[in-house]
Write a protein that binds this ligand. Structure first.
Ligand code: HEC
Ligand code: HEC
Length: 498
């Protein structure tokens, strides 16, 4: 009730000062007021926010092939807009108290602060909420701590109908949405017909969740400002000793993250897991069997999946049962607390088969925490695109972020060894073959790599010559990035195969 008092009083005051002639007269506006008195009404930008075409730094876009392959559910701006409304709408819970955002709160990296989440009637679930930062990065294509759900949309319907989380039948959900003045419009915009169905609702929420992309952490900025190239390898941070824009401690932490094997499980520029694993939290698996609880396979008991470590500073408490309150406790677990679970991951066993003891110094522990904190991105957690559209009084513009500024100031890459126009590519677009010609001068060996737009290496060659060609055969039509490297200098050009 308290929540409604402020909007109501503002409405009353506005109407009072505005006087009768300015009363909204359209049917929609009247509905808006009527509904606003009972249940929230979303305020949305006239031109939808951009969700579907976000400009990403290469170290993120190059890893996009790990992303969740959403079956038949292309991300569109209007689809994600509908998803945003649904994500924040308490109509999705039986007693109008809970929305997805009750347990996936932006400021906490779209997680919550409870040890285990509470649902619509205060009942406790059995696991900690999972953060949703870069939630589309899902190399396993599986959701939940137990990595047991295949399809994001199923998992969303599960949250809505869960007797603990939101407690609503899908029929009731549809009826509720039909009784509003705005949902059929939003469905029409998103899916081309005003018909409201639970499947479409889940698909739209799925689009919204998949659109959540962080790219402004200190780590991201340091990566793009670093003069070296760090995108080629799937295990890409392995090859980095240090980043110029990191402190000494953060760099020490990044190296430890690699050398102590953290990166073996928390991989790629999104720091996600490729396989569920047991990280030695308990000696046995009686409390929560994890993946094994779903599959009945003894060897999968106690296997869990962590979400992306991006924004991990904000998502406390930690682990599937929220047992650790701080990152320091997490590090101490890996340092000295790993237990001899029958399914303990080999990465966390010593040569004798016992749980490893890392014997980290205080400085090393602090350094690991400092590195993890470079993954925090509060520009993302406060971006209006992913904030509630309810109980807001103005539509906030999406501002150009520091990363956007950097990316917009570049064509594709910096290339001191390749002054503009010094390398000739022709014909471009190419249909038969692409010629690459260097200026007439002595040079070191040139490495040429052709990547598709998802960062997958398509073709690679080395040459000392003044020119060479790439045959079109076997290359699908589309845009590619041709990366030329001479020593430390890299030049990237956009080329098109027809
Ligand atoms: C009552 C709290 C609660 C509510 C409400 C809730 N969630 Fe969750 N969410 C959780 C918990 C807890 C988990 C982990 C579940 C598990 O592993 O069993 C989770 C997991 C997820 C995941 C999986 C992330 C991953 O990487 O595997 C996604 C996505 C998600 N929720 C989205 C949503 C959406 C969308 C809604 C609204 C339809 C929603 N949640 C409503 C608590 C909640
Ligand atoms: C064998 C694979 C493995 C290794 C090695 C590993 N982790 Fe993990 N990590 C996991 C798994 C699995 C989880 C989730 C476990 C659970 O909740 O049951 C996890 C959870 C975490 C979490 C908590 C995430 C959250 O959202 O609650 C942090 C932080 C973390 N790991 C950091 C590290 C660091 C730092 C290292 C290196 C010192 C490391 N990990 C090494 C597999 C691993």
């Amino acid at each position: 009730m308290k929540k409604l008092l402020l909007p109501l009083s503002i409405l009353v005051i506005t109407l009072f000062f505005a006087g009768m002639p300015y009363l909204p007269t359209g049917v929609d506006s009247l509905n808006q007021i009527k509904e606003g008195q009972n249940l929230p009404y979303p305020l949305l930008p006239a031109i939808p926010y951009n969700y579907s075409n976000q400009r990403l730094p290469r170290h993120i876009s190059a890893q996009a092939f790990f992303n969740y392959k959403a079956p038949n559910n292309t991300l569109t701006d209007m689809g994600a807009t509908l998803g945003r409304v649904l994500f924040y709408d308490t109509r999705l819970s039986v007693n109008h108290t809970v929305s997805c955002a009750s347990c996936h709160i932006p400021q906490f990296g779209f997680s919550d602060t409870a040890k285990v989440s509470r649902g619509f009637d205060g009942a406790l679930g059995h696991r900690q909420s999972m953060g949703l930062t870069n939630a589309s990065a899902q190399p396993m294509q599986k959701f939940f701590w137990s990595a047991s759900e295949d399809v994001l949309q199923n998992q969303i319907q599960a949250a809505i109908t869960s007797s603990i989380e939101m407690g609503l039948t899908l029929d009731t959900l549809v009826a509720r949405m039909q009784s509003t003045s705005f949902y059929s419009n939003l469905f029409d915009n998103a899916f081309g017909s005003p018909e409201i169905t639970a499947e479409k609702a889940s698909a739209a929420i799925g689009q919204f969740v998949r659109s959540m992309t962080s790219k402004n952490s200190k780590f991201d900025i340091a990566m793009v400002l670093d003069p070296k190239e760090h995108v080629d390898s799937m295990f890409f941070i392995i090859s980095i000793d240090s980043l110029d824009h990191f402190t000494k401690k953060e760099n020490a932490g990044m190296r430890l993250f690699i050398s102590k094997g953290c990166h073996a499980c928390h991989l790629s520029s999104n720091f996600v897991q490729f396989f569920p694993s047991n990280n030695g939290l308990d000696i046995d698996n009686v409390n929560d069997k994890g993946l094994g609880g779903e599959t009945g396979n003894l060897y999968e008991e106690g296997l869990f999946k962590a979400t992306s470590l991006r924004n991990v500073e904000l998502t406390a408490p930690y682990m599937h049962d929220g047992r650790f309150n701080t990152l320091e406790e997490v590090i101490e677990h890996y340092n000295s607390g790993v237990k001899a679970n029958p399914n303990l991951a080999s990465e966390l066993k010593g040569e004798n088969g016992n749980p490893i003891r890392m014997n980290l110094t205080t400085y090393q522990k602090e350094a690991l925490v400092a590195f993890l904190k470079t993954l925090t991105d509060t520009i993302f957690t406060s971006d209006p695109r992913w904030q509630t559209p309810f109980s807001v009084y103005s539509i906030k513009p999406v501002r150009e972020t520091p990363m956007d500024k950097i990316l917009n100031s570049r064509t594709l890459s910096v290339d001191p060894a390749f002054p503009e126009g010094s390398v000739k590519l022709f014909p471009n677009p190419f249909s038969d073959h692409l010629n690459i010609q260097f200026p007439n001068e002595d040079r070191e060996e040139v490495t040429a790599k052709l990547f598709d737009m998802k960062g997958q290496l398509i073709f690679q060659t080395q040459t000392h010559g003044l020119s060479f060609r790439i045959e079109r055969a076997g290359i699908l039509p589309g845009n590619y990035v041709l990366q030329l490297r001479v020593g430390e200098s890299v030049s990237s050009k956009l080329v098109q195969a027809r």
